[in-house]
Design a binder for this molecule. Structure first.
Ligand SMILES: [Zn+2]
Length: 283
């Protein structure tokens, strides 16, 4: 029986029964997590999902990734990390962000479990990624980074506390950790409920809201520097199109109304993603 990956409460209730797995809701902190987390064959899941087809899909969306995500994430680095030095990305995927960060002057290192994705990143962007499932012994003892990032990785990690402890050991005293993940309280999840593609995804092991991230960081000795939710304009349009109740309305909706709605979602913590910037706790 798995206890909660955040608050360690043993009691949980069934949240939803999918054909291949069950999601549970912690009776303590209400985080949603995959049943029997400790026995999930994480390596196998990753090998099965992140294959040629996935890389081909990433290739089709590469321009969008660069415009909407990689550039935004690189800007965050510039905003929150004073010293441009050594950067580690955990889960580099097909390499768009790491390439852009290198262009921006960072000395980059990336770890990526998918062999096909590593080959692509090498061929397309000239990146030599470590092709491994994340574990801290990839690095020599004493190795440390000015910035460590993981975009849409935390939801795939079966033991987030142990992961965050390892990350902390690799972070320089004044270093920063930057990350993003799907928001449990997003509009997408509100519209689609248990049919949301975020919840249906077999490889998404934990589903977090703002308060869960705050608790996780606090338990692991991090200070939160910034935490916010983000909704992109294209995401909002897709979300609205999914909702039959507003489909007709959407065609007549003014651009100003859409943007006002987007800003409202972000302000109310219902954006699609959560972003965090954290550092070592200073007592
Ligand atoms: Zn809990």
């Amino acid at each position: 029986m798995t206890s909660c990956p955040i608050c360690e409460e043993a009691e949980s209730k069934l949240y939803y029964r999918y054909p291949r797995f069950n999601l549970m809701k912690c009776s303590g902190c209400e985080v949603i997590y995959r049943e029997s987390l400790e026995s999930v064959q994480h390596d196998q899941l990753i090998r099965d999902i992140y294959d040629e087809n996935w890389v081909a899909m990433r290739d089709r969306y590469a321009v969008n990734t660069l415009r909407e995500h990689a550039s935004f994430n690189t800007m965050l680095l510039d905003m929150f990390v004073q010293k441009k030095g050594k950067l580690l990305e955990i889960g580099s995927g097909t390499g768009e962000f790491l390439w852009l960060a290198r262009e921006a002057g960072w000395e980059v290192t990336g770890v990526e479990p998918s062999a096909v994705a590593c080959e692509y990143a090498n061929h397309r962007y000239g990146l030599a990624l470590h092709n491994e499932i994340w574990h801290e012994s990839i690095f020599e003892q004493g190795e440390s980074f000015d910035a460590i990032v993981f975009w849409h990785v935390l939801e795939h990690i079966p033991n987030p506390k142990s992961f965050l402890k390892q990350v902390k050991r690799l972070l320089k005293p004044e270093g920063r950790v930057l990350f993003s993940l799907p928001n449990l309280h997003s509009l997408t999840n509100a519209i689609l409920g248990t049919a949301s593609p975020i919840l249906v995804e077999e490889d998404h092991l934990c589903h977090y809201a703002k308060e869960h991230i705050e608790q996780l960081m606090s338990l692991n000795g991090y200070d939160i520097i910034s935490l916010f939710s983000r909704e992109e304009p294209s995401r909002l349009e897709r979300d609205l199109q999914l909702n039959p109740a507003v489909q007709g309305y959407l065609t007549n909706m003014r651009e100003t109304e859409k943007i006002k709605m987007m800003i409202g979602l972000q302000a109310g913590w219902h954006g699609h993603e959560i972003f965090g910037i954290v550092g070592h706790r200073h007592e």
